[in-house]
Design a protein around this ligand. Sequence first.
Ligand code: UT7
Length: 321
Amino acid sequence: MMTSRIIGTGSYAPEHIVTNEDLANVVDTSDEWIRSRTGIGQRRIALEEGTSRMAAEAARRALEDAGMDALELDIILAATSSPDYCFPSCACEVQAALGAEHAVAYDISAACSGFLFALSTVQAFIQAGIYRNALIVGADCLSKLTDWSDRGTCVLFADAAGAAVVQASESGLVHMVMGSDGVKGPVLTCTARTEGNFLNGKTPELGYIYMNGQEVFKFAVKKVPECVNQVLEHSKTSLDEVKYFVLHQANYRIVEAAAKRLKQPMEKFPMNMERYGNTSAASVPLLLDELNREGKIQKGDKIVLAGFGAGLTWGASLLEW
Ligand code: UT7
């Protein structure tokens, strides 16, 4: 049976850097607190760009890396929880920007797990023989949904996009797992654009990100190792065979806790949240693109991707590069 192979990666982050010191001028925080509690040192915040523009740029770079023309794409999935508009979708805007006329395009909403969920969706189409060439983009511009007076969240989230070109192949994605727990949804929400119609007399309200950080933390340190173990057990692959665990970059303490539970050395857990913060759906493909461009992944390497986030949602995939 055919499977999904990542044949190109790309990413984009806005140029404008906001340091922890900059944020200490906005809310009651410090570089020391942010670094020691999260591992974040700075983040990129969009001035001009929206989600679609970042997504399109990451996509162009991924297509270039893959050596593929946009016209060859059968499907474009954009994973985002912060599209520029309710509609058209981010994916349709990316399609237009690339001139990918032959592709079907739509968005997937699974917050920070979005890239993993989109990859799984593409995998189902590829295994079914429906599509051959796919583009997956994870893009978020959470700075526009952040309450900049809430020091508990505004120091964490940032803007970026990451993309992968995926092609039907004999080898590549070995196995994936996904999960959701809507009952726990209220611990991480963003209620923007949901209130008000002429019947209920309410007017549209702006809503911002709300997070119960400790609850999300507990969920993440339990679920990440759990789904990584599930995906490996199913694939009869040992932890030691895995070269890198590319985890969602929310907090270095979550990554450390996962490494400890999995009894794996920290060198196998690359991190870039120091430079980019938590870029939500972009985080996994952004880090994957860095590793790929630095030549750190070779053909045949086994890589685990894992994400978790609002919904609540989580997922892991085992790839053979
Ligand atoms: O991508 C989606 C997934 N999201 C996540 O994975 C986030 C998971 N959660 C976390 O990463 C952590 O819970 C946080 C980084 C959000 C918070 O770290 P924490 O160690 O859980 O801190 P806390 O919420 O227990 O807060 C400790 C103290 C509080 O003060 P008091 O009540 O002890 O006086 C907070 O008010 O730290 C205070 N605090 C801050 N202080 C300085 C919270 N945010 C800040 C801040 N600067 N930015």
